[in-house]
Unconditional design. Structure first.
Length: 199
């Protein structure tokens, strides 16, 4: 796979990711939900940018997370360029490109959204607002895809979790998260093709 095709894939993922986030941010109030199907909803939330809304505690927690992600993206970018240069497997290159695009998409939220949007609590956010909700590197990541496929009480005979309330799938995520998950999934499922043993 050529560098040009990898760039095109990254560009398309970033374009869809940012357009969907900007649309939701400017057309949904925080917490608003649209039920498309019982198992698929658009539900607007914002978070610090870690999985399931996890936060790094402290005054500089968000800044530390954002800076770490920026360094990680540079590392992933180097890995991608090296894989293309050495003509590694298409599976590996596509995976790295998806992971790179997803990480970069959420970094854009973290770096810029705090200074280009106003708040979403109780009102629709305005793009390029004169009264932004945050500062550089302190933006919140926009999530919207919600798939509550099944919810109920688990059978009492199950060990550890029996009789407890359970929902599958309760995470809310975005296009960037999907790209990262898909890239990692390709590496796991097609591991032997992504990392073929040299003869």
């Amino acid at each position: 796979m050529s560098l040009r095709k990898a760039y095109l894939l990254i560009f398309l993922v970033l374009l869809v990711d940012q357009l969907s986030k900007i649309y939701v941010k400017t057309n949904f109030v925080l917490g608003e939900e649209v039920v498309l199907f019982d198992w698929f909803r658009i539900h607007f939330i914002e978070n610090e940018g870690m999985a399931w809304g996890t936060k790094i505690p402290g005054e500089y927690g968000k800044l530390i997370l954002t800076v770490f992600r920026i360094f990680a993206v540079f590392g992933i970018g180097y890995w991608l360029a090296d894989a293309i240069k050495k003509r590694h497997s298409r599976y590996l290159i596509v995976s790295i490109a998806l992971i790179f695009a997803g990480a970069a998409g959420n970094i854009l939220d973290s770096v810029f959204y705090g200074v280009i949007f106003d708040g979403s609590e109780g009102n629709l956010a305005t793009l390029f607002s004169p009264t932004p909700y945050g500062t550089w590197f302190h933006g919140l990541v926009v999530d919207m895809f919600y798939f509550p496929i099944w919810e109920g009480n688990l059978p009492s005979w199950l060990p550890f979790f029996g009789g407890k309330h359970f929902m599958f799938f309760n995470a809310i995520f975005n296009v960037a998260d999907m790209a990262i998950s898909t890239g990692v999934g390709i590496l796991l499922v097609f591991n032997k093709r992504a990392f073929p043993k040299s003869a």
